[in-house]
Design a protein around this ligand. Sequence first.
Ligand code: FES
Length: 376
Amino acid sequence: MGMVENIASLRADQRFADTDHWASFGAQWASGDSKRIECLSVVDETHDVKTFVFQCPDYPALAYEPGQFLTVSPVIDGQSVSRCYTLSSTPTRPFTFSITVKRVPGGAVSNWLHDHLKAGSALAASGPAGIFTPVAAPARKLLYLSAGSGVTPLMAMTRAAADLHADLDIVFVHSARTPKDIIFREELARLERALPNLRTLFFCEGLGDEPHWQGPLGRLSADELQRQIPDFKEREVFTCGPKGYMDATKALLGNAGFDLGRYHQESFDINAEEVLEALAEPAGAGQAQDTFTVRLARSGKVFTMTPDQTVLSAAKKAGAVVPSSCSQGVCGTCKTAVLEGTVEMKHNGGIRQREIDKGLRLLCCSRPTSDLVVDL
Ligand code: FES
């Protein structure tokens, strides 16, 4: 039986968590491959969140898994700056794709996108990547927990489940500052009416300008978790939001007796642009210890670095322009050949074995174990 017949024989909820199913929608755009993408439209979601809808001229239909992200690299003040944004669109509608971006105070890329990207604009982007998808952990009973713009991967999964008519039991809990900050509020309400096994729950920290808001106020607490979702221990949990939110959520679940082996969270802090930069610098960097010498083959720059620094952060400190995005070894943006010397690399799926065999490394998660010559 061929792959297509195999997929057709799967139930919708099985297809939801099947990697071949998502690959069958169109051409796969390899992660780390840069392409030109064109903006088709811009949609205002809330007062500080916009959705940007794109197409890629090289791929009439794009294949990805719901929950994966794209790395966009606009040129800002003459410099290419990269950031990861989850695809908020569903791969079940593969002819266009979208990212949904919250304007972050001081955030270089989010502000540039909000202020400059219009229908008809183009920019560079690297192919879909990421392991925060249903394929990672097939399950029928799901608990989605999100805060702020962390709603995007879970929205992509919910849209995909709806389009597939997948027999999934989803509780979608989203936390926002005020009711008017709830992203996709109307669409989630509509999906809830359409899908018998989808339940949404919005927690707001304050009322804002909606004094008649009837939903729960404050944050998700152990009591609320037990009261609102009494079967939470039977569910596979997917969480996305600011780091503080994810840390608190994980602790809350762990303390409530949830099996954290069934807990999944996005591995980087979406939209927290300043946090991404901070992640590049490990604790303890700068303390006196042995150093290695690194030479950048193209620019001729030479600098020294300690073994606890990543090659990416040391090269940036030395003034090298290195494309990077997730800083977590996921997106593949910082993939570079190490021409001489050795590094210890702990990646999270952003590089393939055949690329490693060719001498490529992800500099954001590589630390030197000898002097180096790098292809920069
Ligand atoms: Fe994403 Fe290095 S910056 S893998």
